[in-house]
Design a protein around this ligand. Structure first.
Ligand code: GLY
Length: 334
């Protein structure tokens, strides 16, 4: 069932670690701030967290041991921006916002995007946390696919709702409290917010697939794939194996289905059915999508168990499991 229509601000983001970003964004929203600032702020909090190993400073590096970051931001088809393969700036959504606000373009990539960020006055930063470097050292001794994605916050989820969870590790989890099989994980903060004026915005930030081929960019910074927002209709953001989302234009598809009158739950399930039916899925693959209508009603769906959405509105702070999970649990030993 879709979470209900809600008047007033609301922010919903991927994974339990996002609850920390939502909290900061929520303060801004209840003070009358704009959704575009809220989603940027939410991602920036997670970018800076050393214990979130799929985004920003804590994110795992590529196969060469270097981190590269991707992100985008969107208010509408006419107002969006993206930055890919940043190697010297920690907040891809902030670079993306500068692209949106200062240039006639939508996307900048690579060292030129870093140079642009310098010129826009954004500070350079170290991107590789010590733990992420150690994980790469160990991966390169025995390279393997990295599984995606069970949220370790799930172990603390109470029936019906759940409280805040703040363990940001998706890739490198300890065995969890319920004794569930250990998965190693992947992914991205995607966030959708509506402010008190009803303006809808979204943002997405990631370090991408762990140990990726250098130069690889996934769905997250690409408008229509990792994120899409259509004013008056709604928005969607995806997380998981970017290659699977990119083949079906996942976020754009979800919003088009909303436009055609599907509910957020129906739209999110339809995108994942399209992915399920389009690929030869492997046990390490995971995709989840959050779909929110312009009136604040939202839902999420995932390919496999383990996804959580973090939601904040005037009813409080919630961790929500997906409304639908298409495939059974699959344990990989990788
Ligand atoms: N969904 C993030 C990525 O594949 O890069």
């Amino acid at each position: 069932m879709t979470h209900s229509v809600r008047h007033g601000p609301r922010i919903v983001s991927t994974w339990s670690f996002s609850a920390r970003g939502n909290a900061v964004a929520w303060d801004l929203l209840v003070a009358g701030g704009e959704s575009i600032d809220a989603v940027e702020r939410c991602c920036a909090v997670i970018d800076a967290a050393p214990d979130v190993d799929s985004v920003g400073y804590g994110g795992l590096p590529d196969a060469s041991g270097r981190v590269s970051l991707d992100g985008c931001i969107m208010l509408s088809p006419a107002r969006c921006g993206a930055a890919c393969a940043l190697r010297t700036h920690l907040h891809p959504v902030s670079v993306a916002r500068q692209v949106m606000e200062r240039t006639p373009h939508v996307m900048l990539v690579g060292s030129d995007a870093d140079d642009f960020a310098d010129q826009a006055g954004l500070a350079r930063a170290e991107l590789l946390a010590q733990a992420a470097h150690a994980a790469w050292e160990s991966w390169r001794r025995a390279p393997h696919d990295v599984d995606q994605s069970r949220d370790s916050g799930a172990a603390r989820l109470r029936p019906r709702d759940g409280g805040s969870a703040d363990d940001g590790r998706l890739f490198q989890t300890d065995s969890d409290a319920t004794g569930e099989a250990r998965w190693k994980h992947h992914d991205t903060i995607g966030t959708l917010a509506i402010d008190a004026r009803g303006v809808f915005a979204g943002a997405c930030s990631t370090s991408g697939m762990p140990f990726k081929v250098p130069g690889r960019v996934g769905d997250s910074p690409i408008i229509g794939h990792g994120l899409y927002v259509a004013p008056g209709v709604g928005g969607a953001t995806a997380t998981g194996t970017g290659e699977l989302v990119m083949g079906v234009c996942g976020s754009f598809l979800a919003v088009e289905l909303l436009r055609q009158g599907r509910t957020p739950e129906e739209a999110s399930v339809a995108v994942l059915e399209r992915i399920r039916d389009s690929y030869d899925l492997k046990p390490h693959h995971q995709v989840a999508i959050i779909v929110m209508r312009a009136d604040g009603a939202w839902a999420s769906a995932a390919l496999r168990p383990g996804f959580l959405a973090a939601a904040r509105d005037d009813s409080g702070d919630h961790l929500r499991p997906p409304h639908a999970v298409l495939l059974p649990d699959t344990v990989s030993t990788a």
